[in-house]
Design a protein around this ligand. Structure first.
Ligand SMILES: [Zn+2]
Ligand SMILES: [Zn+2]
Length: 221
């Protein structure tokens, strides 16, 4: 039933006092709107259960989340309300401001996002940024000098080569001293040799404080 049909049906019931017709018609419109909205809502009800609680889901409250930053297709999950949808999204995923997508926080082994240039962005955006501009020097240097955390990712060697990078060196890092040395080197390469750098994680311990990494470099544009 559409809006007009509902209204006509309600109007047919008529009114005993003609003077009241205008007022009655106005309230009829409100009533019609309510019924119409209810029917629309019912139409949107899905057979699925809410992904968060177990009530009936409603198409209106669908969440589109990418399982990984590298996925081209999102998964759809249905919810009964905005509340349930928002709770789910908050708990399981983050919003990448760069590519405007909700992406699952991690795959159970590693995070799908990284804090970079004051934003939390997805690894896909981070990698594209690395291929384009290399590591931002401000990210690895503060007023005290080179920082002791390494900002990198697991790149494919093929893609690094494809984007014009060449391998500079392998490192085995343990503790924070080596990390500082590597950041210092990247800063030197940038300032003195006009090179941009990418840190490629090869094998890292669970805590990320020990393992093999590679430094890849190319000329500044
Ligand atoms: Zn729910
Ligand atoms: Zn992104």
């Amino acid at each position: 039933m559409n809006y007009e049909e509902i209204l006509e049906k309600l109007k047919k019931r008529g009114t005993a006092i003609p003077e009241l017709e205008k007022i009655v018609n106005e309230s009829l419109e409100i009533k019609t709107k309510k019924i119409f909205e209810y029917l629309e809502k019912r139409k949107n009800r899905l057979d699925e259960e809410c992904y968060w609680c177990n009530k009936k889901a409603n198409k209106e409250f669908t969440s589109f989340i990418y399982e990984s930053p590298y996925d081209e297709n999102y998964s759809e999950h249905y919810f009964c309300s905005e509340n349930c949808r928002d709770s789910y999204e908050e708990e399981t995923s983050f919003y990448c401001n760069n590519c405007n997508r909700f992406i699952e926080n991690s795959n159970g082994h590693m995070n799908h996002g990284i804090e970079y240039q004051t934003e939390y962005i997805c690894l896909d955006c981070f990698q594209k940024e690395m291929f384009e501009n290399g590591l931002d020097i401000d990210e690895i240097e503060d007023y005290k000098g080179a920082k002791s955390n390494l900002k990198g990712s697991f790149f494919s060697e093929f893609e690094l080569i494809e984007h014009g990078f060449e391998k500079e060196e392998n490192y085995f890092i343990s503790g924070t001293v080596d990390a500082k040395e590597i950041n210092k080197k990247i800063i030197d390469l940038y300032n003195n040799d006009n090179k941009i750098s990418i840190i490629n994680y090869c094998h890292l311990s669970i805590l990320g404080d020990e393992g093999h990494i590679e430094l890849w470099i190319k000329n500044k544009k």
